[in-house]
Write a protein that binds this ligand. Structure first.
Ligand SMILES: *Cc1c(COP(=O)(O)O)cnc(C)c1O
Length: 470
């Protein structure tokens, strides 16, 4: 094992170590717990890490959504909130930041990403239309389905294989897409739903080359192309590192070029944009924007605040400018990689290559003796919490839900437990503690039994489902 060697990660991998481009000014003390306390908390939470109280958690890797640390500049910006009902100056700052860094013409703030997904799904999808995309995302697909759409996964096959080292596992399979268009007819495709660094595939990026070919195909058939820009900044780093011709371009330049091939985007600003709450929707087409502006006042708020306080929009505007800086993205993804390299060194099965925002433990490979309906990934998340108070989340059969028509469970190929790293929050020492806990749970894998679901909510069941030990 390499964990006992005194070498730094940099020396070990033949490169210089990186460090964060910030220092700590304020700390938030954490609660430590005993194994008995954790057992009690886990049973009370129905073996669902979403139902734990955060006070009972030591290192919280549930999600990178809204859990990042804001900068002193962003906090200062909060004090500059203009809480006017209409035309807040902070809206114009946000609009300006989005036009500058993402390049879209027309902007609507929303309370968070799913608010934007709701609006665009309702505005663009006609009942019975198909929505092809590079793997589903929970809230995205649900809003598409609630609007009457039928989601079709057209991601490349490599994305479903946790050990395939394809550098752009988020790419769309253009043959699958063209077959769908030709069999259903272009008029029956609502739009192509493209996501940067595909979350459910392990945070895997889309290449610029794939996007350009996709744009050419959608143009050929007159189909719109919308982007889930939630982690597009992180996707841009992978393009810089892995794609020919981009090594000398900045993250900001790559981001803007990428968005330039799309007709619009929705965003969970709680991820890349470094705020605790917020989202936005952006399109280039004026007629569509008018329709979305009609909808935003019904569901979110006036088009210059969309469910957000002025101060939240200001923090977002500042966060956007910080989020596209090369040194920020490198250190953010670098920390994820640090954890990934430790686990890989120790032979622990994780999705490869390591993605941008999280480590995905391959729960099938942890627990080959468990059937998928015994919730291996949910089990692994529970075991990690019991071992050390680390909170992770399931991305497998519980998250996948049921087929709306047949009522059967979806059985996704990937059965993963996600360790999601919040932005600018934890240190390298926290990552060491996490790696050691994963190792301890891995070593105890053969004596671990699975779970059964005893309560199942109707929508997005993974959030509130309850389980018991088998
Ligand atoms: C989080 C997320 C969303 C939904 O955004 P919320 O802000 O949680 O409503 C949509 N797409 C992706 C890829 C996400 O990660």
């Amino acid at each position: 094992m390499t964990n006992s060697t005194p070498k730094t990660m940099g020396q070990q991998f033949g490169r210089r170590s990186w460090a964060e481009p910030w220092k700590i000014k304020m700390v938030e003390p954490l609660n430590m717990s005993t194994p008995e306390q954790r057992e009690k908390a886990m049973v009370e939470a129905g073996f669902n890490t979403f139902l734990l109280r955060s006070d009972d958690v030591y290192i919280d890797l549930l999600t990178d959504s809204g859990t990042g640390a804001m900068s002193d500049r962003q906090w200062a910006g909060m004090m500059m909130g203009d809480e006017a009902y209409a035309g807040s100056r902070n809206f114009y700052n946000l609009e300006n930041a989005l036009q500058t860094y993402y390049g879209y013409k027309h902007i609507l703030p929303t309370h968070q990403g799913r608010g934007a997904e709701h609006l665009i799904s309702q505005a663009v999808i006609k009942k019975g239309q198909y929505v092809p995309g590079n793997m589903y995302f929970t809230t995205t697909r649900l809003h598409q389905e609630l609007a009457g759409g039928i989601f079709v996964d057209v991601i490349i096959d490599e994305a479903h294989d946790p050990v395939d080292l394809h550098p752009f596992k988020g790419n769309i399979d253009l043959v699958k897409l063209e077959n769908l268009i030709q069999s259903k007819g272009a008029e029956n495709i609502a739009y192509v739903s493209l996501a940067g660094t595909v979350n459910m595939a392990g945070g895997q990026p889309v290449s610029m080359e794939n996007l350009k070919a996709l744009r050419a195909m959608t143009d050929k058939y007159g189909i719109k192309l919308f982007l889930d820009a939630t982690r597009m900044v992180e996707n841009s780093l992978f393009i810089q590192e892995r794609e020919q011709g981009y090594a000398d371009k900045s993250i900001a330049e790559i981001l803007k070029e990428f968005c330039g091939y799309t007709d619009g985007a929705w965003m969970s600003a709680k991820k890349d944009n470094l705020v605790n709450i917020g989202g936005w929707l952006a399109v280039n087409d004026w007629a569509l924007f008018e329709e979305l502006r009609n909808l935003v006042v019904v569901y979110e708020g006036l088009h210059t605040y969309g469910g957000l306080a002025g101060r939240d929009m200001e923090a977002m505007a500042i966060g956007i400018a910080e989020s596209v800086k090369d040194e920020h993205v490198r250190s953010r993804v670098g920390q994820v990689r640090y954890l990934g390299e430790l686990l890989t060194d120790w032979g622990i099965p994780i999705v490869q290559p390591v993605g941008g925002h999280a480590i995905f433990l391959n729960a099938r490979a942890f627990y080959p003796h468990l059937k998928q309906i015994e919730f291996p990934a949910q089990t692994l998340a529970a075991e990690l919490y019991l071992d050390s108070g680390i909170r992770s989340m399931e991305r497998g059969i519980a998250s996948a839900g049921r087929d709306a028509k047949t009522g059967d469970h979806y059985y996704p190929k990937l059965e993963l437990t996600r360790l999601t790293i919040p932005r600018r929050v934890y240190t390298q020492a926290h990552m060491d503690v996490v790696a050691e806990s994963v190792k301890a749970v891995y070593d105890a894998r053969e004596s671990t039994s699975g779970l059964k679901m005893v309560y199942e909510p109707k929508y997005l069941r993974f959030f509130q489902a309850r389980f018991e030990r088998l």
